[in-house]
Design a protein around this ligand. Structure first.
Ligand code: NAD
Length: 499
């Protein structure tokens, strides 16, 4: 059985806590590896070593650090198939989707090649007689990234690339369900020139996370995962005086206007609703057609598309549309939610509960399910299902549809499909959601913009990647400098030094 330890000071080492977790193969239900779960003592030791390594890295000039990013990007490209396979093997997503997972992380590394430009400070020449002011961005020190199972490459890269490009050291605590990709990324970035110890991958669960939150050396925590854990980590990190940005769960709605191209809307809904088995924080889980005729027509378009979906293991390559969900417990929870939808009066148009795949009977597969006539009180509407389940909520007007999105406690992503620019523009302006798609179902911004939800989808005040990341991972120091040529002798007692 493969044993996965930690990546510390440039080497894979075994855990010493005596605790480990099973890493499952979601397609077969078999244990494929065991991952060490770090104790507080192991975490504290890794952080102390990172603090030592950070000093030299911070003193390395920004362009040299950027060259490490450039080489790292090249190595990710060279190893993209291997990395995609690591993603898919533990997560279960299809290989093309595994490649996409790596690719969307790689794009953030590419932007970090331009870090020196982002780290340039501000300068005021002659702010007063003989007085200049300049602001510089300095690294924070040791920061932590705590990441979820659903993007084993992309989200670790969103965290580590900007943090390291800014001159910090990072403790990366990946999901214990999908630890291997982060371990491999650490090897590749060291091959690209990152000094040992600057990136420590410490595997673990709540004990490791709490050790991060309570360690005084950790200056900032970047988290991505479910909302209750995001809120917990944000609260504890802030209470301990750390900078924190914690991104949580989602319930993303897509409004379909009567004038929308319904074929394109249905294609988009099927991809965004069922892709990656619905295990994306930007998945569309609620379709909101405006008008009964739009709703009826949309169901007619969706059903044949859903019935054609191919569900299977990642080893089938591009021949499957989505794979299993992550654990047996996740599967059971999703099946229970589907049962609750039926019990609470929603119409189950397509039922994926009895799906079974020959040879993979113990895998965590669920067929695609489609609900119609869902109402906001139902559990299937209120909960983030995080599975291959799409709910249709019927509305009578654009205002009703918009208010449904506005009233939802989550605010990660949303979309509108329409042929009318005025409606689209109104929607983009008024909706209280962080990422908006117009005839675009999964509006994950490109890497030189920033990613972040609103409401209960994010805690903290800066987004991930793009310009916000360079603000999050640095602190500003402002120097007011005066040189004494031409200054009269004697003290000055007035406060107005700048006139
Ligand atoms: P999760 O919250 O269970 O786990 C995320 C991380 O937190 C993992 O590293 C895990 O080890 C750790 N963790 C879990 N329980 C903990 C506890 N009690 N105390 C301290 N740490 C704990 O999330 P997940 O199931 O891995 O990921 C799925 C969730 O992530 C979904 O809700 C999804 O919407 C969300 N997500 C959000 C975004 C975003 O950018 N907003 C992106 C991807 C995923």
């Amino acid at each position: 059985m493969e044993q996965i330890g930690h990546h510390i000071d440039g080497a894979r080492i075994a855990g010493t806590s005596g605790r480990s977790a099973d890493v499952m193969n979601p397609a077969t239900g078999e244990v494929q590896a065991q991952v060490a779960l770090a104790s507080k003592a192991e975490m504290d030791a890794a952080i102390a070593r990172a603090a030592e390594a950070q000093k030299g890295w911070a003193a390395t000039n920004p362009q040299r650090r950027a060259r490490v990013m450039m080489k790292f990007a090249q190595l990710i490209n060279d190893h993209i198939d291997e990395l995609a396979e690591l993603v898919s093997r533990e997560h279960g997503k299809t290989l093309p989707d595994g490649r996409g997972d790596v690719q969307r992380g790689l794009e953030v590394v590419e932007v970090c090649i331009g870090a020196p430009h982002m780290l340039k400070g501000d300068y005021t020449d002659s702010g007063g007689p003989g007085i200049d002011l300049y602001s510089m961005r300095q690294p924070l020190g040791v920061v932590a990234g705590i990441t979820p199972f659903n993007f084993p490459a992309m989200i670790p890269l969103w965290k580590l690339a900007p943090a390291l490009a800014c001159g910090n050291a990072m403790i990366l605590k990946p999901s214990e369900r999908c630890p291997s990709t982060a371990m491999r990324l650490a090897e590749l970035i060291e091959e690209a020139g990152l000094p040992k110890g600057v990136l420590q991958v410490v595997n673990g669960d709540k004990e490791a996370v709490d050790a991060i939150l309570d360690n005084d050396t950790i200056q900032a925590v970047g988290f991505v995962g479910s909302t209750p854990i995001a809120q917990y980590i944000y609260g504890r990190a802030c209470a301990n005086g750390k900078r924190a940005q914690c991104f949580g769960g989602a319930k993303n709605h897509m409004i379909i206007m009567p004038d929308a191209d319904l074929d394109k809307a249905a294609d988009a809904l099927v991809g965004a609703g069922y892709g990656a088995a619905g295990e994306r924080c930007m998945a569309i889980s609620v379709a909101v057609p405006v008008g009964q005729a739009t709703a009826d027509a949309l169901i007619e378009k969706l059903v044949p598309r859903i019935e054609k979906l191919k569900v299977g293991p990642y080893t089938a390559g591009a021949d499957v549309d989505y794979g299993p969900v992550i654990t047996a417990a996740a599967k059971q929870r999703i099946l229970n939610l589907i049962d609750s939808g039926v019990a609470q009066g929603a119409t189950l148009v397509t039922d994926g509960r009895d799906f079974s795949l020959q040879g993979y009977e113990a895998g965590y597969f669920i067929g695609p399910s489609l609900f119609d006539n869902v109402t906001p009180e139902m559990d299937i509407y209120r909960e983030e299902i995080f599975g291959p389940v799409l709910s249709q909520v019927r509305t009578d007007s654009y205002e009703d549809a918009l208010n449904l999105v506005i009233d939802n406690p989550y605010g990660n992503g949303t979309a509108i499909f329409t042929a009318d620019g005025d409606t689209a523009r109104d929607f983009a302006h008024r909706v209280n959601v962080g990422m908006v798609g117009i005839n675009f179902p999964i509006p994950v911004p490109l890497s030189y913009h920033t990613f972040g939800g609103w409401k209960k989808s994010a805690f903290g005040d800066l987004n991930q990647y793009g310009p916000d990341a360079f603000r999050f991972y640095t602190k500003t120091k402002t120097v007011t400098a005066r040189w004494f040529s031409g200054i009269k002798d004697g003290g000055e007692f007035n406060f107005k030094a700048m006139d």
